[in-house]
Design a protein. Sequence first.
Length: 206
Amino acid sequence: MCPATTPNGSPDPSPSAARTQSSAWTRGTSSRPDALDDVRRAVWNEARRSGNKQLAKQLKGARFALWKRPENLTDRQQTKLAFIQKLNTPIYRAYLLKEQLRAIYHAASTQDAIALLDAWLKWARRCRLEPFVKLARRITEQRSRIEAAVSHNLSNARVEQVNTQIRLIVRRGFGYRSPDAVIALAMLCHSVGSAHPSQAGDTTHG
């Protein structure tokens, strides 16, 4: 587990910092596919197998509408989300589960956050969406760390962002001569605030 940070991004020295889980981990959106996208892909694959080409086509372009925060949706994405609400109950239920889980880290108080977490766990356990049932089990196992993160306003978000940038560098690199090349490019991209290592050239590629 990565060290927690304070809101300004510096490492937190408090004992509780070693026992927290960030909102990114809770949503399941860091290094693995999140539960929402697992549900979307399962429905999409089933639509393709059953010959429902219209549904498969609509769902293929729905990923970003489902991932983004409601307040950041474009008009087109809002239309797409409304279409999903009418057309496919499992995916829209998964979307609502994702949004309620996100709301835990934006609650007005620790008590409100814990109440939201309790309600979310009850809903997820009986939602009949296996990715969310599994996520509920994992969150239950790590609950004390999640509550600590909420109580102390700690986050691993900056660390998760750097990890994502490094994975992007490795994926786009198609091979490097040495680990030093990856480290150097990661430091360069982080120093200029860029997540697009391809712009730095391909001189480190093998």
